[in-house]
Design a protein around this ligand. Sequence first.
Ligand SMILES: Cc1cc2nc3c(=O)[nH]c(=O)nc-3n(C[C@H](O)[C@H](O)[C@H](O)COP(=O)(O)O)c2cc1C
Length: 181
Amino acid sequence: MPPAPADDPGEAAAAPAPGPRRVLVAYATKHGSAAEISGAIAEELRSAGLDVDVRQAGDVQSLRHVDAVVLGSGLYSATWLREANRFVRVHRAALRKIPVWLFSSGPLDRSADFDDIPMTPHVAEAVGGLPIRGHRTFGGRLVPDAPEVAAGIIATHRTGDFRDFDAIRAWAGEIAAALTA
Ligand SMILES: Cc1cc2nc3c(=O)[nH]c(=O)nc-3n(C[C@H](O)[C@H](O)[C@H](O)COP(=O)(O)O)c2cc1C
C-alpha cells in the first residue's frame, strides 16, 4: 500500500501565525544548479522580511508550518526530477491551500533570457490541478567535469552556466511583493 500523504487536507487552513510569513523554497537537483537558484531566491525573500527555509524536496516531511512554497527542479528529458514530482504528489492537499510558485532550470543556451518558456508538458501534467501563482524557466548549468555525467552526454550537450541571477532575484522580488502586500 502506498504511504499515506504527510499532510492532512485541513492542516494548511489553520489561522496564520503572527510574525513574518514562512516560505519554503524546495528543490530537486542532480548537479547543484537548482540548489543555487533556490539559495538566491531565498536570500531575496529574506531581504523582504520573510521567514525562509530552503530544503531538498525529498527532505520535506510536512507543510504544516508553511504559508507559501517555491518549488523548482532541474530539467532532464523535459521532465522534473523524481524528487520534485514526488513532493507534489505527497503534499498535494496542502499545496492546494497556499500560494505556490514553480521554476524549472534547464536550457543550456540563452533562450530563457529572451523568451518566457512555459513549463514542459511533463511538468504541467505533474502539477496539474494545483492553483499555481507562477512558473518561470531559467537557464541551466552543465560543467564539463560534472560528476556522474557520461562523456557521451557532455559531448552532445552544450556546457556552461546559462543562469541569469539578476532575473532569478527579480522574480523572487515579485514573489516577495505578493507575499508582503
Ligand atoms: C542528460 C541531461 C539531459 C538534459 N535534458 C534537458 C532538457 O530536456 N531540457 C532542458 O532545458 N535542459 C536539460 N538539461 C540541462 C539541465 O537541466 C541543466 O544542466 C540544469 O541546470 C541541471 O540542474 P541541476 O544541476 O539542478 O540538476 C539536461 C542535462 C543533462 C545532463
